[in-house]
Write a protein that binds this ligand. Structure first.
Ligand code: HEM
Length: 148
């Protein structure tokens, strides 16, 4: 059951990224209702992801990347930026949503111009980290899941 979670998490990241792209397209097309729906859906998807991610980490707290050579530098650089920005994105999303709910759209727009790209980056690099760990270099990840 737990072994399904990495795949579920990557799928949730991909779904959140799709909602973010649609939400951006809708606001640029002058459709705030659909923008609102997409962004709330993105936030809900990311909230489910967070629960699933924490559950996974409780059972598989450590995972090792088995790639060797230059790919390690690429992987760990992206992982580091992903982790730092993933922590920043939680308050950013909440603040962006609060400003929209208060109908303070000038302030919403100002912060959203940071929130949107950072959120996209975190979602896309989440998929990258998953692909590297579980698809391209799967050996250690599988071991980590079997021995929590
Ligand atoms: C955390 C979730 C959200 C994000 C990341 C987000 C993102 C954005 C972005 C990037 C823009 C500016 C687009 C541009 O550069 O022209 C924008 C504008 C806007 N958003 Fe959101 N949005 C979110 C949630 C919402 C919600 C829930 C609502 C509705 C209650 C909303 C309503 C609007 C409106 C009306 C604008 C246009 C503001 C203006 O041009 O003055 N947004 N949003």
């Amino acid at each position: 059951m737990i072994s399904v979670l990495p795949h579920l998490n990557a799928a949730l990241n991909a779904v959140a990224a799709c909602f973010l792209i649609c939400g951006f397209i809708y606001i640029r097309a002058g459709n705030p209702q659909r923008h609102r729906a997409c962004m709330i859906a993105a936030a809900a998807t990311s909230a489910v992801f967070l629960v699933s991610y924490v559950t996974l980490r409780l059972y598989a707290p450590i995972f090792a990347f088995s790639g060797q050579g230059a790919i390690r530098i690429v992987y760990f650089s992206i992982l580091a930026s992903h982790v730092v920005l993933a922590m920043a994105i939680v308050p950013l999303v909440l603040l962006t949503l609060i400003r929209a709910i208060k109908s303070d759209f000038m302030a919403h727009r100002r912060i959203a111009r940071w929130t949107w790209p950072v959120w996209m980056y975190v979602s896309v690099t989440g998929i990258f980290v998953y692909a590297m760990l579980y698809q391209f270099y799967p050996a250690h990840a599988a071991t980590a899941l079997l021995s929590p």
